[in-house]
Design a protein around this ligand. Structure first.
Ligand SMILES: NC(=O)c1ccc[n+]([C@@H]2O[C@H](COP(=O)([O-])OP(=O)(O)OC[C@H]3O[C@@H](n4cnc5c(N)ncnc54)[C@H](O)[C@@H]3O)[C@@H](O)[C@H]2O)c1
Length: 346
């Protein structure tokens, strides 16, 4: 069995990664370490195998807790844990720098102390800043890091501490930089789940600025498969841009959701733009395709339709988050048991 350590596994992307690995990698055992911030939700892990997957509640900035939670025979650390919402970083950046930068350093130190073979840092295309409209330009792995939001700056800084650990201490690390993810279980503050939830409830759909900002959308399962391939096949010290060649203007995404739900466009409400709003992200994924043998499997049309179906069929999931009930759920289900753990479950 291969034991791996995943951080942030009660969040959107890493919980999908856990499900994918348990389904497709029978020899993998997972220690899933998450602080359960507002974005962490144990309901995201409902039904997962409890033999090959162990959940540990803890903060990646807590050196003692991290060191005791990383198993002795750990093959890889996958660092997904982060403060991930740009709007929140505009309101206050402190937590972003703490978790995304200090937390990454703590994990790198633990990787060295525990002899972990490989460190996979889950980064974002946002570290590369913004591309001009209709410029025909794409982000490549050689694009300079030019983050524009506090969130993106903290993720860029995390990439630099990963690089420094490699150059200084020889940590075997790879970095993935993905575009905007969508799929089931995404916290409903992000564009697609927010619009689906509001549309289902006939509430206004707030669209920033002129709605013409472009994002490069990818289904979360395609992203997760790319992360696994980067772990298996990526060259030490390399970054891999992950994208599905699927640029969409925000307003077109919103219209597609309204159409799919049979709701009127009169629900769209243009609101004052986000401060420093990046205009366009577009990824050239050629390196991942060539060197990792990765290609996306899920088309935008099929992925969006299945995502909308998921939110339609799981309205209580959304309601729990929106009402904060999932915290009570957590206490009921796990309470003292999780707080008491922190020890090495492997
Ligand atoms: N969502 C996207 O479109 C996207 C795109 C590219 C890259 N990423 C990156 O992927 C990763 C996961 O993103 P997501 O959208 O699933 O985020 P998310 O906000 O849904 O989940 C983040 C998880 O990290 C946990 N966490 C936060 N602070 C922690 C701490 N100090 N210690 C331990 N756990 C902590 C939270 O409890 C939560 O479960 C992030 O690193 C993000 O930067 C996201």
């Amino acid at each position: 069995m291969t034991t791996i350590f995943i951080t942030g596994g009660a969040g959107f992307i890493a919980s999908a990664f856990v499900r994918l690995l348990l389904a497709e990698q029978p020899d993998v055992r997972i220690v899933n370490y998450d602080a359960l911030t507002y974005a962490g939700n144990l309901e995201n892990l409902t039904g997962v195998d409890e033999v090959r997957h162990v959940f540990v509640k803890g903060d990646i900035c807590d050196r003692t807790s991290v060191t005791s939670a990383v198993p002795e025979n750990c093959e890889a650390i996958f660092n997904f844990a982060a403060e991930s919402h740009v709007d929140r970083s505009i309101l206050s950046a402190d937590e972003f720098l703490r978790t995304n930068v200090i937390g990454t350093q703590v994990l790198l130190d633990a990787a060295r102390a525990k002899g972990v073979r490989r460190f996979v840092q889950i980064s974002t295309d946002e570290v590369m800043g913004s591309l001009p409209d209709n410029s025909g330009l794409f982000f490549s792995e050689d694009s300079p890091l030019r983050p524009n939001s506090p969130y993106a700056a903290s993720k860029a800084a995390a990439e630099f501490v990963v690089r420094a650990a490699r150059e200084t201490h020889g940590v075997d690390a790879v970095i993935t930089r993905c575009g905007n993810n969508y799929g089931p279980r995404q916290f409903p503050e992000k564009l697609i789940p927010l619009m689906i939830a509001n549309a289902m409830n006939d509430q206004p759909l707030p669209v920033y600025g002129d709605g013409r900002n472009v994002r490069d959308w990818i289904h979360v399962d395609d992203h997760c498969r790319a992360i696994w391939l980067a772990y298996e096949k990526g060259a030490p010290g390399e970054a891999y841009n992950i994208g599905a060649r699927n640029e969409r203007e925000n307003i077109d995404v919103v219209r597609s959701i309204l159409n799919a739900l049979g709701k009127p466009e009169s629900l769209i409400k243009y609101v004052e733009d986000r401060l420093g709003h990046d205009r366009r992200y577009a990824i050239d994924p050629s390196k991942a395709e060539t060197e990792l043998g990765w290609t996306p499997r899920i088309t935008w049309e099929a992925g969006l339709a299945s995502t909308i179906d998921w939110y339609r069929e799981n309205q209580t999931w959304v309601e729990h988050i929106r009402s904060g009930d999932y915290r009570a759920y957590y206490d009921r289900m796990y309470g003292a048991r999780l707080n008491a753990s922190g020890s090495n479950p492997a």
